[in-house]
Design a protein around this ligand. Structure first.
Ligand code: F6R
Length: 578
């Protein structure tokens, strides 16, 4: 995962680099670093931990023309100062930041060490500055040679990567990529330009960006940019404008997660207002034109897809949802299959690979994505936006709601009559009605080791989603399952006072509750007539209001347990490795 940034400008200072980097810390937060290239020297400051503690800006020059920065989510080498990026060559003159994995780094490192290169980290990345140093050795470090060198290095490395390189004495930055995202931001004042993993790092400075494609190389200077193809021929590509909602809501809470849960009514209203009917209509038409639809996604987006599949089935379309990393094992795509990738970040590598596999086998591909200009919408034949706006907490909340709302709108276009206009007000009511009760309940649940959540039909995906939230935020083992399945094995785990949250949507669930109560379980029901109460409504409204209660319960239980709510351990928001 990791977030990478490059800045070229006339007045680049550590504050600016740190500020932009902080906007990417949801991509990784176990270590961070900055390189400032003043022309005469490349100064590096890096360390373990979150950005503010990892980087002591007092140690850096207060002005430079080129800066690189990196926030890390470790894959090779533990989080430590040595393993934090930027990494350099033997002389400390070539600095590199990288997002991705270099699979053949061991072999390359061995060869470089034989040639006398000295390594100081356990990372895969460190081979890159040494490969550049090796190729440039004895050559002029001019633009032509640097580009040729990058081409050569690209031929040597195998894996997924987005890389930005700074060389002492050069007032420009070089970037190249394969499979991992890299874009350019063009500042309208004509004095500064950026490389970044995604648009969010610079979306407060400009609304113009260029996404780089695999195989391309690019350079940026304070005043311009140039893109090259694989054979180093110049490519003419103009920046595109992007629209990205980063309004602050009036619900500024202690944690982003709580602000984002409470922003859901606004997020749904925004979707209802802005989601392009035409684009949605095209997706509906594609669904109609294909014999079956496969929704592919990971984590929370997979749970939204499960509910989406249920809604599209209701509307008479053959639909299934599959976890993206298993797409190739379970799906035989072809011309009659429409594959829709569902993703908040638009960068999840498992989804990217599933869609690639589908396309190679003649399946039409489409996507439902939150972050614009990312890999998934660019690589699919058609894409729909969900307008949830920036989601900063690692846990997906409002984006789940807007993904499901999108499926509800599609099913309505297919002929269903599920009114969702009142959804925002119903979510608002759910929050207001239940927040205090949930705070009390979380005090009771905070010591639990296992929690079970049961649902059926539209609340089965919600049971899975609530379980995921309880695992990732308060770190409680939780299992979300179909109520009817409990008696086929899991019932053996129910002991005296084991908490079971029942998403009670009908009387059938009452029977299941009775059965598990008799085994000693402590039932916590959510329904239209219990203490944890959702408003009356159709199945989509009820499912999403129930999920809101689950989100709040995870949040407050995590707070009781003093967990790092917005940045849970071992996780990152955009999972750009397989
Ligand atoms: C959980 C969560 C993850 C993501 C998953 C897919 O709260 O956020 O499970 O849903 O990593 O990410 P996207 O939706 O960006 O493809």
């Amino acid at each position: 995962m990791c977030g990478i940034i490059g800045i070229t400008g006339n007045k680049v200072n550590p504050e600016k680099a740190i500020n932009m980097l902080s906007r990417l810390d949801y991509r990784g937060y176990d270590s961070a670093g900055i390189a400032l290239n003043t022309g005469e020297r490349v100064e590096i400051e890096k360390g373990k931990g979150k950005i503010q503690q990892a980087i002591n800006k007092e140690k850096l020059p207060n002005r430079s023309e080129v800066a690189l920065s990196h926030t890390r989510w470790s894959t090779h080498g533990e989080p430590s100062q040595e393993n934090a990026h930027p990494h350099t060559d033997c002389e400390g003159e070539i600095a590199v930041v990288h997002n991705g994995i270099i699979h053949n780094h061991d072999e390359l490192k061995e060869k470089l060490e034989k040639k006398g290169h000295e390594f100081c980290s356990d990372t895969d990345t460190e081979v890159i500055p040494h490969l550049i140093e090796e190729r440039l050795n004895g050559r002029e470090k001019n633009r032509k040679e640097v580009l040729k060198t990058i081409k050569k290095v690209k031929e040597q490395i195998k894996g997924e990567y987005a890389v930005v390189v700074s060389l002492k004495g050069r007032k420009e930055l070089y970037g190249f990529k394969k499979d991992s995202p890299l874009c350019i931001g063009i500042n309208p004042d004509g004095e500064e330009n950026y490389f970044s993993s995604d648009i969010y790092s610079f979306s407060h400075l400009t609304n113009q960006s260029i996404a780089l494609e695999d195989g391309e190389k690019a350079l940026i200077t304070p005043k311009g940019y140039q893109i090259y193809n694989g054979s180093l021929q110049k490519i003419n590509r103009q920046p595109e404008k992007f629209e990205w909602n980063q309004e602050k809501t009036n619900k500024e809470e202690e944690h982003h997660m709580l602000s984002e849960i409470k922003e859901q009514p606004e997020a749904v209203k925004r979707l209802l207002k802005k989601q392009n009917e035409e684009g949605l209509g095209r997706l509906t038409q594609l669904i109609k034109n294909h014999e079956r639809t496969v929704l592919t996604a990971s984590g929370t987006s997979y749970h939204a897809s499960l509910l989406g599949a249920h809604l599209l089935q209701d509307a008479g379309r053959e639909t299934q949802a599959i976890i993206a990393s298993e797409y190739q094992n379970y799906i035989k795509p072809g011309e009659k299959t429409l594959t829709i990738g569902v993703s908040q970040s638009g960068e999840t590598m498992d989804v990217v690979k599933a869609l690639k596999h589908a396309e190679q086998r003649n399946s039409t591909t489409s996507s439902i994505v939150n972050v614009p200009k990312t890999t998934i919408p660019r690589k699919t034949q058609h894409s729909v936006k969900i307008h949830a706006g920036q989601e900063i907490a690692v846990a997906s909340t409002k984006t789940f709601t807007n993904q499901v709302t999108t499926f509800a709108r599609i099913s309505n276009q297919l002929g269903e009559q599920k009114n969702i206009k009142k959804l925002p007000i119903k979510i608002e009511k759910t929050i207001n009605k239940n927040e205090e009760t949930i705070k009390d309940l979380s005090k009771q649940l905070k010591e639990e080791k296992h929690i079970y959540i049961i649902g059926e039909g539209p609340t089965y995906p919600i049971a899975r989603e609530i379980a995921l939230k309880l695992k990732e935020i308060p770190y409680i083992h939780a299992e979300g399952m179909m109520g009817g399945e409990l008696k086929h094995g899991t019932l053996a785990l129910i002991e005296n006072n084991t908490p079971v949250i029942s998403l009670r949507t009908n009387d059938k669930m009452l029977k299941t509750e009775e059965e598990i109560r008799s085994k000693g379980a402590k039932i916590i029901p959510i329904s239209t007539e219990t203490e944890l109460e959702i408003p009356e409504g159709n199945k989509i409204e009820k499912a999403l209001c129930t999920n809101t209660i689950g989100q709040l319960l995870s949040y407050y239980t995590a707070k009781e347990r003093n967990c790092p709510i917005d940045r849970p351990r071992n996780l990152a928001k955009a999972v750009t490795v397989q």
